[in-house]
Design a protein around this ligand. Structure first.
Ligand SMILES: Nc1ncnc2c1ncn2[C@@H]1O[C@H](COP(=O)(O)OP(=O)(O)OP(=O)(O)O)[C@@H](O)[C@H]1O
Ligand SMILES: [Mg+2]
Length: 305
């Protein structure tokens, strides 16, 4: 991967990840993101639907004028914490890049909206303008790009819900600047896809929600998804600690999946780690974890039958 990145970097410059508001930047496809996509378990057909939607968006936007088809290329992933929105968005970006092979490699840029939100008057507006109006615009001019706006409610805060106390003029201006910047990017760059995530859809400014071409609501995992997530995690642990293959017994997995209703994907993976620490006798050695430990850990984490 490193060797590949150096070669591609000659073709396509990466933005400076030290720039305010940039959390990550890499060329796609990327091994790590590929793993993220295969690890995410969503309801039947949802991953494929998300991918088709993103791919269709890129095809349509690159060929049909904006005035006829006002697609902003914005996909919004909503849902409770820990259900795979961020990991899914990264994986999806990678799949889009693998599906639509262009001459110039795809650039992935993850925006950190928290770094843009500043309490001092005027600063966040300038930071947003700098990011959307200059930095992202320049990089989108150089080739296809996917922007991940994680926890987008931080940047596109609902203006109508702001009280007049906490420096709202500054927030208003920053939201206005972000919308202007997004519109400009959407109109100027056809090979641009924006994936936004939120677990507070009600806190998002309606102007952003109306710019989203598609909204996917990711639910907490159902029983089959919980079983698959537990199995994937247990298999990864057992690959490093062979004794942990006790967790891969189908009856154990069935039981843990039954008992873990209400837990999100993050909690399910952590339950496998917690299982390794349940019994004092095992001294935290993952090789000694048992199926009963997993059942106990799932219950401790609040899983229900
Ligand atoms: N649906 C899922 N399938 C498999 N693993 C999952 C799923 N959801 C979450 N996970 C695991 O939990 C980790 C955290 O997920 P992620 O950060 O994508 O959640 P999120 O929805 O963005 O949460 P938050 O709203 O708190 O940011 C993932 O890296 C993954 O290992
Ligand atoms: Mg997230």
């Amino acid at each position: 991967m490193a060797r590949n990145a150096v070669r591609l970097d000659d073709v396509r410059r990466l933005p400076d990840t030290a720039a305010p508001g940039i959390a990550d930047a890499r060329l796609l496809p990327d091994e790590e993101f590929s793993g993220a996509w295969s690890a995410i378990v969503l309801p039947d057909g949802m991953k494929q639907r998300m991918l088709r939607t993103a791919v269709a968006s890129v095809h349509l936007r690159s060929a049909v004028p904006f005035d006829a088809l006002p697609l902003h290329g914005v996909l919004l992933l909503g849902g409770p914490p820990g259900v795979g929105k961020t990991a899914g968005a990264r994986g999806l970006s990678n799949q889009v890049a693998r599906t639509i092979n262009l001459e110039t490699p795809w650039l992935f840029v993850e925006v950190d909206p928290h770094a843009l939100a500043s309490s001092s008057l005027g600063r966040s507006q300038r930071a947003v303008e700098q990011l959307f109006g200059t930095l992202l615009d320049e990089h989108a001019s150089a080739g296809p790009m996917i922007v991940l706006l994680d926890e987008v409610e931080t940047l596109f805060t609902d203006r109508s819900a702001l009280s007049m106390e906490s420096n709202p003029i500054d927030v208003h201006r920053a939201v206005d600047a972000a919308l202007v910047g997004l519109d400009r990017l959407a109109r100027r760059h056809r090979n641009l896809l924006v994936i936004a995530t939120t677990n507070f859809p009600d806190a998002i400014d309606p102007a952003l929600a109306s710019r989203a071409d598609w909204i996917f609501e990711i639910p907490r995992p159902d029983r089959d998804a919980r079983r698959a997530i537990l199995e994937h995690t247990a298999a990864a642990v057992a690959a490093a600690f062979p004794g942990a293959d006790a967790l891969l017994n189908p009856d154990i997995l069935d039981q843990a999946a039954d008992r873990s209703a209400g837990l999100d994907g993050r909690q399910l993976r952590k339950a496998v780690a917690a299982a390794c620490a349940v019994r004092s006798g095992a001294k935290g050695d993952p090789d000694q974890v048992t199926g009963a430990d997993l059942a106990a850990a799932v219950s401790e984490m609040g899983g229900q039958r």
